[in-house]
Design a protein around this ligand. Structure first.
Ligand code: MRU
Length: 325
């Protein structure tokens, strides 16, 4: 499985070939591949790569190894439900396929490819539905990275932006740098600049002031998990944007494929929130930015209550909760 190591962007475009479940799990854990839809696709493809040398195994042994590897991959990151969704789909497919290891492997290869292709199509549909919320000349504020680097296609929250730009609408995007790992400045700015879309980087703390000055027309973000009642988890800082948007009367949209909906969870407090290493806060690019030994808290995601969301832009249309899977 070939990936772009997103840790190195925008400085360098490094590709890596991964062949084992351990290396794919490590790539997901360390954010070499990241973004909710993409980690689902990577896990599915990773299973195919990891099982390649086990094709000659008898059915029961093949299934046993497949389960072990799916468990390993599934534990790599806890918040984005797309990871579990893709792995469950792979396991269900294997169990429902007749024959020995080689048949199962071929079928898994087809399934992983479908997961990717379906995601690409879902991104496109999100983009098409989302076009209606972006008028010519709009100033859009986004957070983290929700584009081609986070999905199998043109992205979730960035998809309507790409399509509006393609249609000749003049948009301008404010990009939150997205502390602490800077997915906004490193990845979203890289993507939008490549696409020729007008954009301006801001520190996360600047959003409030821009909204007070009426410089933001719409906030558009992605999601890692959406509950039945519409509460959703997304990159830390999203909740703050939602509260600010409500205070300033700015519409706040969440864009996601249906694979991000987890209707088994009634509400946002039930979403597992990934806690990452304090060193991601106390150091930057390997250099300390806090006193040695400083305590730091580093939740990777927060939960935005559904009442702050103007609407959800999905591949099934612009919708409101409650959701069923
Ligand atoms: O920690 P990350 O970079 O994987 O977090 C990604 C996000 O929070 C995105 O907004 C979300 O996954 C939606 S991606 C289309």
């Amino acid at each position: 499985m070939r990936i772009i190591d997103q840790r190195a962007l925008p400085e360098a475009e490094i590709t890596r070939d991964l062949e084992s479940a351990e290396s794919v799990a490590d790539a997901i854990r360390t954010l070499q591949v990241r973004g909710a839809p993409l980690i689902g696709i990577a896990a599915a493809m990773g299973l195919v790569a990891a099982m390649r040398d086990d094709r000659a195994l008898a059915r029961a042994t093949f299934l046993g190894r497949l389960n072990q590897r799916a468990t390993l991959l599934g534990a790599a990151r806890p918040t984005a439900v797309n990871l579990r969704w893709a792995l469950e789909r792979m396991l269900t497919t294997a169990a429902a396929t007749a024959g020995e290891g080689s048949n199962l492997w071929e079928r898994l290869h087809v399934e992983a490819t479908s997961i990717w292709e379906e995601d690409r199509a879902m991104c496109r549909r999100i983009g098409e539905y989302g076009l209606s919320i972006l008028s010519d000349g709009a100033n859009v504020l986004t957070h983290c990275n929700t584009g081609a680097l986070a999905t199998g296609g043109i992205g979730t929250a960035l998809a309507p932006i790409y399509l509006a730009h393609e249609q000749g609408r003049r948009l301008h995007v404010y990009i939150d740098e997205t502390r602490p790992l800077l997915q906004g400045s490193r990845l979203t700015a890289w993507e939008l600049m490549h696409a020729g879309i007008a954009c301006t980087l801001i520190t996360d703390a600047t959003a409030a002031s821009l909204m007070r000055q009426a410089k933001v027309d719409t906030v558009l973000v992605g999601a890692d998990r959406i509950c039945a009642n519409g509460d959703f988890a997304n990159k830390i800082g999203t909740y703050g944007l939602a509260v600010l948007a409500r205070h300033h009367g700015v519409p706040f949209y969440c864009a996601a494929p249906w694979s991000t909906v987890d209707a088994s969870l009634a509400e946002g407090d039930l979403i597992p929130i990934e806690q990452r290493a304090p060193s991601e806060v106390t150091a930057m690019a390997g250099r300390p930015i806090a006193p040695d030994g400083a305590a730091a808290l580093n939740p990777a995601f927060d939960v935005t209550p559904s009442r702050y969301v103007t609407a959800f832009i999905t591949d099934r249309g612009i919708v409101q909760p409650p959701f069923r899977s």
